[in-house]
Design a protein around this ligand. Structure first.
Ligand SMILES: [Zn+2]
Ligand SMILES: [Zn+2]
Length: 285
């Protein structure tokens, strides 16, 4: 049985593949505009990635590829042009993003179009030897996960030194995983605002500290802890779409009535916001 290139099913697949690439390009364009206008932030998402996976329901891998390629295309417009005319797919373009510059784009774009995927990945890896390898996490049991980390000699030396110190202070034979656990405990107890909040309650004493300290710009630590506790260590910014951010990264405390306009450190006047939303609030008043 002979099959012609005019086979209707094949023609249909070709057509769909072309529109698929075109849609990918349009998504890149629209994400660029959204980021420029900070629309994702105003809708209540803490980052473009959270918006793409949360609001647009794109997979993490697709979102990651689109955003990385979109940002690189601002720096190297030739990349955008190749995707627009369907010569490069977003996922292939994504592979050369880490090495692509305004100076070397010609050779890399050529390689991306010509080379098989595995060969391209190999060349990109060779071009950035000092870049640490990607961290991999796989599940090894219902309660344990295996972490493959690429550590420098120095970091491993530090971990082993901590192991020696912990072994002598605890008189226990800790392995590296247990050492890491202990080191993290010490760090989190010292630095994590949520843990600090759990250890403190805002007493009437703290409230009076608040009033007597109201002449100070700096928020007293019992109040900071109380806000972290009340807001559960998450950004409580509600966007135009009704979506609440709930990011637990880069948190700051915002005064609803600004300090400069007589706002105080009363709990009702304070709220946790992630860095990006704190900026948006202050930019838009
Ligand atoms: Zn603020
Ligand atoms: Zn936020």
């Amino acid at each position: 049985m002979s099959i012609s290139i005019e086979n209707p099913l094949h023609q249909k697949a070709l057509l769909l593949a072309r529109s698929y690439q075109n849609l990918e390009f349009q998504l890149l364009e629209v994400l660029r505009e959204i980021e420029f206008e900070k629309l994702h932030l105003r809708l209540g998402y803490s980052s473009l990635f959270v918006y793409a996976t949360g609001a647009l329901k794109l997979s993490e891998a697709v979102s990651f590829n689109l955003i990385n390629v979109m940002r690189k295309a601002k720096e190297v417009p030739q990349l955008r042009a190749e995707i627009e005319r369907g010569a490069l797919s977003v996922s292939t373009a994504r592979k050369i993003v880490p090495v692509l510059t305004k100076e070397n784009y010609k050779a890399w774009i050529e390689d991306a179009k010509r080379l098989p995927k595995i060969e391209l990945e190999k060349r990109v890896a060779e071009a950035q030897p000092e870049m640490t390898k990607r961290t991999e996490i796989t599940r090894s049991s219902p309660t344990r996960q295996r972490l493959h980390l690429d550590l420098s000699d120095k970091v491993l030396e530090k971990l082993k030194r901590a192991q020696i110190l912990l072994r002598s202070s605890k008189r226990e034979n800790l392995d590296l995983a247990q050492t890491l656990d202990q080191v993290l405990e010490v760090f989190l107890n010292a630095k994590d605002p949520i843990r600090k909040a759990e250890k403190t309650t805002v007493s009437s004493k703290a409230q009076s500290v608040l009033r007597t300290a109201s002449g100070l710009r700096r928020i007293p630590s019992p109040i900071r802890h109380a806000i972290f506790k009340r807001d559960e260590g998450k950004c409580q910014f509600r966007g135009g779409s009704g979506n609440i951010c709930y990011s637990d990264q880069n948190l700051q405390i915002h005064h609803f009535r600004p300090w400069a306009m007589g706002g105080d450190h009363n709990l009702d006047n304070l709220g946790l916001r992630c860095w990006a939303h704190h900026q948006v609030i202050h930019e838009n008043g």
